[in-house]
Write a protein that binds this ligand. Structure first.
Ligand SMILES: [Zn+2]
Length: 264
């Protein structure tokens, strides 16, 4: 379960089970920033039409709340693909203040370097946090329907094994606030792409198709060997809770972005 902690007016949502652990992680919400509507107020997305100076100030406020330097952030380009990039100290600051130097083509990042804070943007898509307390490594995936269908959560876990020797049974996963099965209506194409993710992922009622991206990503991680008990699902729907969170669907496409962050 994700719970909100207030840090000087900035909301940090964190998985309760992870609270006592030596891993920094959080998901932001709409409050405490300087952006005007429709980005009010803590929009951290540089690509949505908001004023870049306001976005940078919002990112600075978020970093202050997290207790990290903005230069510690590393962000991927986020292209709704399935590329997982291994990043380290030399990547610090990439995508922190500019889009153009984000890690190209990456929708997921992994690191075992302390002080490197993985950073990604969301407004309905699913943030998947991974933590290996044994090998001391973290991962963060941006899983929309395309990434989910392409197995990005599984690929992120696999990359941690490959790069850091993580064993799947040691991994802990948290699936953060994002659009829920209550609100995620999909068309035939998306339904077909996600149906293979497992039974019950796509359901039809009242002639409407709805998909459960939380269950799809959890199933994928379980298949990769992450113990079910180690997979925490926030269960917070960004569209239902659109007063608190930016929701691409809930706000008709023109809205801000929240951040997910994780680091050692
Ligand atoms: Zn909902």
């Amino acid at each position: 379960m994700f719970v909100r902690r207030d840090r000087a007016g900035i909301g940090l949502w964190q998985e309760e089970r992870w609270a006592a652990w030596d891993v920094l992680h959080a998901f932001s919400d709409r409050y405490g920033g300087v952006s005007p509507a429709p980005f009010s107020s803590l929009n951290v997305g540089l690509h949505v039409g908001d004023d870049a100076a306001a976005v940078r100030e919002n990112r600075r406020r978020l970093c202050r709340a997290l207790g990290v330097a903005p230069e510690a952030l590393v962000a991927g380009e986020q292209v709704h693909g399935t590329r997982v990039a291994v990043v380290g100290a030399e990547d610090r600051g990439r995508g922190a203040f500019e889009l153009r130097d984000a890690v190209p083509g990456a929708d997921a990042l992994v690191t075992d370097t302390p002080g490197v804070i993985l950073f990604a943007l969301f407004a309905d898509c699913v943030p998947v946090y991974l933590y290996d307390p044994k090998r001391r490594a973290v991962g963060l995936a941006h899983a929309g329907w395309k990434g989910t269908a392409g197995g990005i959560a599984r690929r992120t876990a696999e990359k941690m094994s490959e790069a850091f020797g993580s064993r799947p049974e040691d991994l802990h996963a948290a699936i953060g606030p994002s659009i829920g099965p209550c609100c995620y209506e999909v068309g035939e194409e998306v339904a077909r792409a996600l149906a293979g993710a497992g039974p019950g992922i796509v359901v039809e009622d009242a002639q409407r198709l709805r998909a459960d991206l939380w269950a799809a990503n959890a199933a994928q991680l379980a298949e990769a060997g992450v113990p079910r008990d180690n997979i925490a699902v926030a269960g917070l729907c960004t569209r239902c809770l659109r007063d608190t969170f930016f929701s691409h669907r809930g706000h008709g496409g023109r809205t801000g972005r929240m951040a997910a962050a994780i680091g050692l």
